[in-house]
Design a protein around this ligand. Sequence first.
Ligand code: WTA
Length: 566
Amino acid sequence: MSNIVSYDERVKNFSWKIAEDELDYKPGQPINIGWYCSDRICQMGKGDKYALLWENAMGVEKKYTYNDLRLTSNTIGHFLRSVGIEAEDRVCIFLERIPELYLSFVGILKIGAIAQPLFSAFGEESLFIRLENAGTKAIITQRKHLGKVRKIVDKLPNLKHIIVVDHDGKKELMDNEVVFSLETATPVEDLKIHPTVAESPSVLHYTSGTTGQPKGVKHVHYSLISQYLTTKWVLDLQDDDIYWCTADPGWVTGTSYGIIGPFSMGVTQCVLEAGFSAEAWYKFIEKYKISMWYSAPTAIRSLMKAGEEIIKKFNLSSLRHLASVGEPLNSEAVIWSERVLGMPFYDTYWQTETGSMILCNYPGMKVKPGSMGKPFPGITAAILDIKTFEPVAQGVVGLIGLKPDWPALMRTYWANEETFKKKFENGWYLPGDRARIDSDGYYWFVGRDDDVINTGGHLVSPFEVESALLEHEAVAESAVVSKPDEINMEVVKAFVTLKPGFEANDDTELLIMNFIRKKLSPLAMPQEIEFIEKLPKTRSGKIMRRILHAQEWGEEIGDTSTLEDD
Ligand code: WTA
């Protein structure tokens, strides 16, 4: 049976109680996402249904039923407790997209600890900053990434346990390193679920801002209410769907809609642990008969580039519904998918801090290619004047503002309440994006309101890249902006002034690139370093990235009245 009821109908009769009732949750009672994602589904009689169908680049397959998910997450939760992990301790998951990532996320939540997933391609410095800020007590990792952890563990007094899930006995382990293997651990049938309540912390995701270090976005167990209902209504997941979310759980899409949403609905989901290739992706859809696919604009543009001949080699008739998130979904991509796949990608807009979808193209609603759609029922959104924070007239560009009253909104930035407070003005939560509303009430993305770079759907802080550059002996000053790119929409570009004695040439560029490569994740790496004599600055000495940005994008430079005199 379809979940589709008209958008207007849903908005008219909306209350978050709809989700609470469907989940049998009563305010004040315990609510634990880990239990909802596994035990509850088994209690509903779906223990033998597949929860996770996993495959890697070598074609190795693993399959887990909901009962397997319940048992493995119990076993991991029990193990964590046995080494001393308690409720609200931060446990970092530093794994590639192997099954243990998904299973341990559920296990960590079951014991009331806080899951801190981090993208496994992070270099040691990126990892260090995030573990230090969170005061992380344990990290679950694999052999491949152990070297990075070893380099920083001495600087992290709170990090007591390093748990290796694929130890092969070859390498000697250090004192604080322990082995955990799902293959040899005794399955734990009964685990006491920690009685977390609505406001108990659940997940800590790190996200980049323009200034300062990355911020730890704190979510709570009550976020399930929004995540469950948006999964049901926007992704339109139904009991017999086979779902594929292409996002890595190091980022919020991979947890909110790559773990919590589908598992809490008892749906079967697939994971492909392999890099992008059009052929491999189409093959995966055909093989697993994927019916609902949640992906991102950069991936869609890459598929477009791979051409249409390749699609003809595969049977993609299982596909029923498609959605996208993370960056502007250009209208060409929507029109392409309508033509080639027979249905549009439905754009969704939200962010790490919002925890769940905010603006969506809702199934059953007319898709306007290029628009982000309309607010999810229960979300009060507006476009605000950039100075007064009052709603502007229809059609005028302003800041997106959201009434901060939906279940999944972050509760704070970890150990950074001050920055958290700055996200609110005049009773609105400000995601930091600019948009406009058309006469039908559809939202159109205009741009970010800060200097954060969104490359292929991944947010990169110019500050983080500039800091890494400044550590190199040749670099005097740096400014990092985006430049246009056909596939990733924008990529990172660095402007650098050199210290005396260093020459602006290819060798210097290569030396600097190799130096920062060790510090940053591959996603944050500049595609280009341009050496210049002098960076544009305000009279007070602040680097004006805006000017360099405008230059790269061929835009009007705008107000330069604060620019330093020559
Ligand atoms: C951008 C990812 C245009 C936006 C879930 C937002 C989008 C940031 C869209 C959040 C969209 C996300 N159209 N821009 N449909 N979706 N963005 O925290 O700038 O990694 O604030 O969360 O990505 O990125 P984050």
